[in-house]
Design a protein around this ligand. Structure first.
Ligand SMILES: *Cc1c(COP(=O)(O)O)cnc(C)c1O
Length: 365
């Protein structure tokens, strides 16, 4: 087999090796079925079983209450940017609150503005999106249609340590880049959605966890594929779902429940991995400039600059030679970013933190 490198890409990102191996083993013919997962009918009993197991795994991992639906949808996270306001803002005469902590939140607002009025309840721009707000800084409208947050801003590396208090207004969360990285009190959310390709599977499917009363509130005059109620009634099978991507979500969640042992354990491992990198940043006398403020640091995307920017090219080059790839920051903010999702092995993070310390020692002379 070709050697695998440590891929620090923000997404699509590394998948757990046991999930990839299982998919490889069964790629040509599913045991007892004789058909590839890439060929099988979405109406087959086999696939019905797989999508049900994927849902059951997610419900178990996140302790999803019975009054929530779990949907598998097309269109990635960005379709949710549009579907949320289409279903719950357009035509209500209300406005929606957005707590803005980085680039993805900004895109979510842009899409919502095509459907209705939005209000930015807090804007991290003046702090260059280095932190999440304190509760008393958020200016919530008690009559808002919903409040939207991005639990982890992938580009800035800023993560909410816990959800803000939004009273009785439904809390809507783009959890694309920290989905399944820790336990989450689902009952505090109206909708929690995530594209799969950061932490839950390959590109091609998005997972939407949505409370029943919101599902029922979806308007009648939307195209079926854009209507949460129709999608829920059709059990995510209104048309052909992304069969292989759902299958991979099933394998990834099998791994989380089995080899890892649940989200408490996953959180422990993720905290440890992130701590190695933040320690490297903090221990090098300002050589590395961490982007996020300590209380808002993401355990999924570690963002930093090399204070002497002229060294950045060499840093990335040398990292690459050690099999540490995709560490360049997003083109909009520059610098470096290590995306260390669930499937990034501890060994990869250890190699990177050792390399960071070594590169600092070598460069300071
Ligand atoms: C990657 C990402 C998205 C975009 O997802 P698509 O599936 O490409 O639409 C949205 N929000 C966050 C927080 C992300 O990390």
């Amino acid at each position: 087999m070709e050697k695998r490198v440590f891929n620090f890409s923000p997404g699509p990102a590394m998948l757990p090796l046991p999930a990839l191996e299982k998919a490889q083993r069964d790629l040509l013919a599913l045991p007892g079925v004789g058909i590839s997962m890439l060929e099988i009918s979405h109406r087959s009993a086999t696939f019905k079983n797989i999508i049900e197991q994927a849902e059951a795994n997610l419900r178990k991992l996140l302790a999803v209450p019975d009054n929530y639906r779990v949907l598998f949808m097309h269109g990635g996270a960005q379709l949710q940017f549009a579907m949320v306001p289409m279903n719950f803002l357009r035509g209500t005469g209300k406005s929606a609150d957005y707590i803005l902590t980085g680039s993805w939140g900004k895109k979510a607002i842009k899409e919502a503005n095509t459907q209705g009025d939005t209000h930015v309840a807090w804007d991290g721009e003046s702090a260059n999106y280095t932190r999440v707000p304190k509760q008393d800084e958020i200016q919530l409208n008690p009559d808002a249609a919903y409040v939207h947050i991005t639990s982890n801003e992938t580009i800035q590396g800023v993560q909410f340590p816990s959800e803000p208090d939004v009273g009785d207004v439904p809390l809507v969360c783009d959890s694309s880049s920290d989905f399944l990285c820790r336990p989450v009190p689902i009952e505090r959310y109206g909708i929690l959605y995530a594209c799969a390709q950061k932490n839950a599977g390959p590109a091609g499917v998005a997972i939407v966890i949505i409370r029943d009363d919101l599902v029922q509130r979806a308007p009648n005059d939307l195209p079926s594929m854009l209507n949460y109620r129709v999608m829920a009634e059709g059990k995510s099978m209104l048309n052909t779902p992304p069969v292989f991507a759902v299958y991979m979500v099933k394998l990834v969640t099998d791994w989380l429940l089995g080899e890892i042992g649940g989200l408490d354990k996953m959180l422990e491992l993720n905290r440890e991995k992130a701590q190695w990198l933040y320690d490297a940043i903090d221990r090098c006398d300002g050589f590395y400039d961490g982007h996020a403020e300590p209380g808002s640091r993401s355990i999924m995307n570690v963002t930093f600059r090399i204070a002497d920017a002229a060294l950045e090219g060499r840093f990335l080059e040398e990292a690459l030679r050690r099999g540490l790839t995709a560490l360049k920051g997003h083109r909009s903010v520059g610098g470096c970013r290590a995306s260390i999702y669930n499937a990034m092995p501890a060994e990869g993070v250890r190699l990177l933190s050792d390399f960071m310390l070594e590169f600092y020692e070598k460069s300071k002379k």
